[in-house]
Write a protein of this length. Structure first.
Length: 246
């Protein structure tokens, strides 16, 4: 007689039940662990591109850096930069290049809280952030264009508008270096975001102050305030309103 206990049963019968020894919370976290920001292919590609552009433009930055930093304390340094065709072109080139790393820092630390970003896959948030910044810069340029049609001294008015790019470059350098320190220091993202936003706010206030000084050199306080509203406060207000409404 065959012993029934020695019969090999099918797997479905042999393993009818079991016990999960691993914590369910740990198992779910292990299986669904989200990617880090830099692990997304789009972000990696943009980081590589930004690094290459910064390396290529390093020689230009070294040549103009003393004048850029001089503009932090003297508004006439902005006038001196615009008075030189070479310096002006170098500054404008650097401002264009600085837009990409600024957008990457802004996306990494969630500068914009627009609801539209929550509806976009996370791997595509950095291109969208770059697009938001580009649209903001275009709005600034349109405001400048329409205001310049009736400006009494177009060259000085243009210098006041373009002076913003001096501080855009410096702000990008400052925020990029700070973001690197935050990343290596393991500072929490929320604390890092606060630090970066404070730095950006300080640079923006300096830009406003120097622009107002340039405008005051040829027009009165009321006209200067109206120009600042058109060139700075309206575009920035539109950006903030867009983040709230979208």
């Amino acid at each position: 007689m065959v012993d029934s206990t020695n019969v090999i049963r099918p797997a479905a019968q042999a393993f009818s039940s079991g016990t999960l020894e691993m914590s369910e919370r740990f198992a779910e976290g292990y299986m669904e662990q989200p990617l880090a920001w830099a692990d997304y292919p789009v972000n990696t590609a943009l980081l590589v591109l930004a690094t290459l552009l910064l390396l290529i433009s390093l020689r230009i930055f070294i040549g103009i850096a003393p004048r850029l930093f001089d503009s932090l304390t003297r508004w006439k340094a902005c006038v001196n930069i615009d008075a030189s065709v070479q310096l002006k072109n170098d500054r404008n080139t650097l401002a264009v290049i600085a837009t990409l790393p600024m957008a990457l820092v802004a996306d990494r630390y969630h500068f914009f809280s627009a609801g539209i970003l929550d509806r976009i896959p996370e791997e595509w948030s950095s291109p969208v952030t770059l697009g938001i910044i580009v649209v903001w810069l275009l709005i600034r340029h349109l405001c400048f264009y329409f205001c310049s049609l009736r400006a009494p001294r177009p060259e000085t008015f243009r210098t006041a508008h373009k002076s913003f790019f001096n501080y855009w470059i410096i702000a990008t350098l400052l925020l990029t270096l700070t973001a690197g320190i935050i990343g290596f220091s393991n500072i929490p993202d929320e604390a890092g975001r606060t630090i970066l936003l404070y730095e950006l706010a300080v640079m923006y206030l300096i830009a406003i102050l120097r622009k107002s000084q340039i405008l005051l050199s040829y027009c009165g306080p009321l006209t200067t305030f109206l120009y600042l509203c058109a060139l700075e406060f309206i575009p920035t207000g539109a950006l903030i309103a867009g983040c709230i409404l979208l």
